[in-house]
Design a protein around this ligand. Structure first.
Ligand SMILES: [Mn+2]
Length: 354
């Protein structure tokens, strides 16, 4: 039996750009195709298929995709974002035959005789859920496979006893809500993570969990599947670097990734005071999501002291660096203070010269 465990698709989120919402729908469509190509038996959607209670039209869009599944059965629970109230369109939507929505909070489950498998789970009926009394924590020993779907794991959204769950007898526990994928020790429980990252804070690989269950033997693996990957990248700058040398280093690093990769670049180290590393300098590189510059300008202190003698700038430097001491001996706070103060003094003396 082959199972895909996904969740937290948040298909209707428009938090960053409109195109990224279509990207999420498109990746969802790719997942449906993948399920057909690999002959998946069960597709488990562990909450937050939508970011808010979906409209009838949005449900129809999703249902149309589910209809194209050849043999895969779909089981859905609603999470804290798409929770179901009695007047939600989700409460009464006539899903196609392949889809089961586990709706009620009281031990709801569905049995698939051809797979000898029972799927347990329930949907949220409000944004918060601070109790765990709403689901059964032990699987019956009846010779069937038992799989539990849950959404939550923080104090306001179904606080979970992960150790207890691990010993609960379920063949697999499919978790949603936390957007970073995680497989728990013992290989029987996992957060699938969001299928596509929702924004640049959801860094690294995103995808789904793939479960193969044969008799009582289980194989669990994370399959990277998202189009977009947000990647933090730190680049060390030296005083010898020029804008051109840094652009060359950056573009060769970006060329190693795939077209959906988006980088948040952080420049650190010492740069020549002649160059500026603001985002505009790199704004033509489409893979860059943001550029942060934490570099400090590099100064030749001995040369500056010679030039400025006992004027304000010379005396300021000697306050931090008496004769015979070197910059590297200063602690980080004093290094920063020296640089920032010197920058201000040099800028104001430049202004006076103009
Ligand atoms: Mn959630």
């Amino acid at each position: 039996m082959l199972i895909i465990h996904t969740g937290d698709l948040h298909l209707d989120t428009f938090s960053d750009t409109v195109s990224s919402a279509y990207r999420r729908w498109h990746t969802f469509q790719r997942l449906i195709s993948y399920a057909n190509e690999t002959h998946v038996d069960l597709l488990l959607i562990c909450g937050d298929l939508f970011h808010r209670q979906p409209s009838e039209g949005q449900l129809r869009e999703a249902d149309r995709l589910f209809r194209s599944l050849d043999r895969t059965q779909v089981v859905i629970i609603a999470g804290n974002h798409d929770f179901i109230t009695p007047d939600s369109p989700m409460a009464t939507y006539p899903w196609c035959d392949q889809v089961t929505l586990l709706h009620t909070a009281q031990d709801s489950h569905v049995f698939f005789p051809e797979l000898n498998t029972v799927i347990h789970g329930f949907s949220y009926s409000s944004y918060q859920l601070t109790t765990t009394s709403c689901y059964s924590v032990t699987a019956p020993a009846d010779g069937r496979h038992h799989i539990l779907m849950l959404h939550g794991g923080d104090p306001d959204h179904l606080p979970l006893d992960f150790q207890g769950l691990n010993n609960s007898g379920f063949d697999y526990i499919a978790l949603g809500h936390i957007h970073k994928p995680k497989i728990f020790p013992g290989n029987r429980m996992a957060y699938c993570g969001s299928l596509e990252p929702l924004d640049h804070t959801e860094i690294g690989n995103h995808g789904f969990m793939q479960v193969t269950l044969r008799n009582k033997l289980m194989d669990l693996s994370f399959i990277p599947f998202s189009y977009t990957r947000h990647i933090p990248l730190s680049l060390q700058v030296t005083p010898e670097d020029t804008i051109f040398s840094l652009r060359t280093a950056l573009t060769s690093r970006l060329a190693r990734g795939s077209s959906g990769d988006r980088y948040s670049v952080l420049f650190t180290g010492l740069r020549s005071p002649e160059i500026s590393l603001s985002g505009e300098v790199f704004s033509d590189l489409p893979q860059l999501h943001e550029v942060s510059d934490e570099t400090l300008p590099w100064y030749d202190f001995d040369q500056l002291c010679k030039e400025h003698g006992t004027d304000l700038i010379g005396r300021y430097i000697r306050t931090f660096l008496p004769v015979g001491t070197v910059y590297e001996e200063l602690d980080e706070t004093n290094q920063q203070a020296l640089y920032l103060g010197l920058r201000a003094l040099l800028d104001s003396s430049d202004d006076r010269r103009r």
